[in-house]
Design a protein around this ligand. Structure first.
Ligand code: 4AD
Ligand code: MG
Length: 431
């Protein structure tokens, strides 16, 4: 008997197979028992007919409870009524483990706090499985795109001596006789990598001690950060839009079933094609003012402002050249206009807000040193970073894409906490 994954069932029509999984649903009507089994790859209905099996097997089937783990053997039959197109006519059942208690999560409504307390079990439910599968596609698509475009994977440290994205969101941790900080971004190291390998990307967990309880903020999230030597802002924006368009197309291609499970309106994703609209920060401020929002030039754009801007477009929008004062110390100022940075943010449509932040880096030694001082940072621990401007400095640029916000957008979720197996929020570090 061949052991198969449920998602390979279409290759085994009319064959005898074995599947291994968990009971998700059970219903009986006299001589027939319908058991829905999931194995992580898919779900399938298994039909036990009293006349086909021994009395012991029928009794086992009748006594099954939700989340019992088991092995089932039987014949694969066409079933045009089911989404999968097949069902299994059961011949034998072997229970692997009978749950000790009733499974805490049922199809009925549960509160968000309860579900998060049960996250280790909640991830078994079909919506959560769909989200996590889409997350995996997004990660794979991001890597494939960069691998194929000459970017070399470059692993940056998690324990770091300094901040990258401002000191207000740093997690400090004891490190022998001193302090270290959990990385906020691999970027500074990626820049060193780009000077060695030309094009690199880091992909890993990043940490922000965000005191904000919003639907877009986690304290631990995953970021993919390409960085390229000899790239300017325009090349960076082009890379960012092609990158995101590719990720969206891969999700549409590979996750039809999952998007359907999530009831995602895919028409809104099918329009995501390059080129993406590009507007300057100045234009964004004009739009906000003309629609009655109280903003003044120099303010950073908050979540509400981002939503107003992004709702004007059917695809992500790039906003470039923010005021120098609202951006990080490493940003290069526009040589044409020194009060704005050569930076860009990408805002996802449908109110999902910023998914990418990036831009061109300051590549002049003196200017960078002054910026470090201006941001009241100690230049000493940045000497290695300044070295990149001492030895063969070149124009370079990059960006960081937040995986969780991308998952939230593509899955149509209203909060990032369901986009990662075990979310870390200001008020949640369990389980
Ligand atoms: O805009 P950010 O802070 O940019 C950087 O960290 C740059 N050093 C990246 C670079 O140029 N290499 O963060 C980049 C992205 C954001 O656009 C957002 O998608 C995500 O990371 N992000 C968060 N996601 C979830 N929770 C948070 N607290 C996040 N902070 C940033
Ligand atoms: Mg940002």
């Amino acid at each position: 008997m061949q052991y198969i994954r449920i998602d390979e069932i279409n290759k085994h029509a009319d064959e005898e197979v074995q599947i291994k999984g968990w009971v998700t649903h059970i219903r009986s009507s006299g001589k027939l028992i319908f058991i829905e089994i999931r194995d992580g790859s898919e779900r399938v209905q298994c039909v036990v007919y009293k006349g086909d099996v021994t009395p012991e097997i029928f009794e086992t089937a009748d006594g099954l409870t939700i989340e019992t783990s088991l092995m089932i053997s039987g014949s694969v039959r066409k079933d045009t009524r089911s989404k999968l197109g097949y069902e299994i006519g059961v011949k034998s059942i072997q229970v692997v483990h009978q749950p000790k208690d009733e499974f805490p999560i049922s199809p009925k409504e549960h509160g968000v706090a309860f579900l998060h307390e049960q996250r280790h079990l909640w991830i078994r439910s079909s919506r959560q499985v769909a989200i996590l599968r889409i997350r995996a596609t997004i990660v794979k698509a991001a890597r494939d795109f960069l691998d194929r475009n000459g970017f070399i994977l470059f692993d940056t440290p998690i324990l770091t001596p300094t901040s990258c994205e401002g000191t207000s969101t740093l997690f400090e941790t004891p490190y022998f006789s001193r302090s270290a900080y959990l990385t906020q971004s691999g970027q500074l190291y990626d820049e060193a990598g780009a000077m060695a390998l030309g094009r690199v990307y880091s992909f890993g967990p990043t940490f922000r001690a965000e005191k904000s309880k919003t639907r877009r903020h986690l304290t631990e999230f995953w970021m993919v950060e390409p960085e390229a030597a000899f790239f300017d802002l325009d090349m960076d924006m082009k890379l960012a839009e092609e990158f995101v368009a590719y990720i969206v197309s891969e999700v549409l291609k590979n996750n039809t079933y999952e998007l359907e499970t999530l009831e995602r309106n895919i028409v809104k994703l099918e329009t995501i094609e390059t080129p993406f609209p590009r507007i300057s920060y100045d234009e964004a401020i004009d739009i906000l003012k003309s629609t009655g929002h109280e903003v003044i030039w120099g303010d950073d754009l908050g979540g509400d402002e981002e939503t107003v801007i992004s709702n004007r477009y059917d695809r992500p929008v790039l906003i470039h050249r923010y005021p120098v004062e609202c951006k990080a110390f490493y940003m290069k100022s526009d040589p044409q206009r020194s009060n704005v940075s050569l930076c860009c943010d990408m805002l996802a449509p449908e109110g999902y807000g910023e998914i990418i932040g990036g831009g061109q880096r300051e590549d002049d030694y003196e200017t960078l040193l002054n910026k470090i001082k201006h941001h009241k940072l100690d230049p000493e621990p940045f000497q290695w970073y300044l070295d990149l401007r001492r030895y063969g400095s070149v124009p370079h640029a990059g960006f960081g894409l937040g995986i969780e916000r991308t998952v939230a957008w593509l899955c149509g979720l209203n909060h990032v906490r369901e986009t990662i197996p075990f979310p870390r929020l200001m008020d949640r570090i369990h389980p």
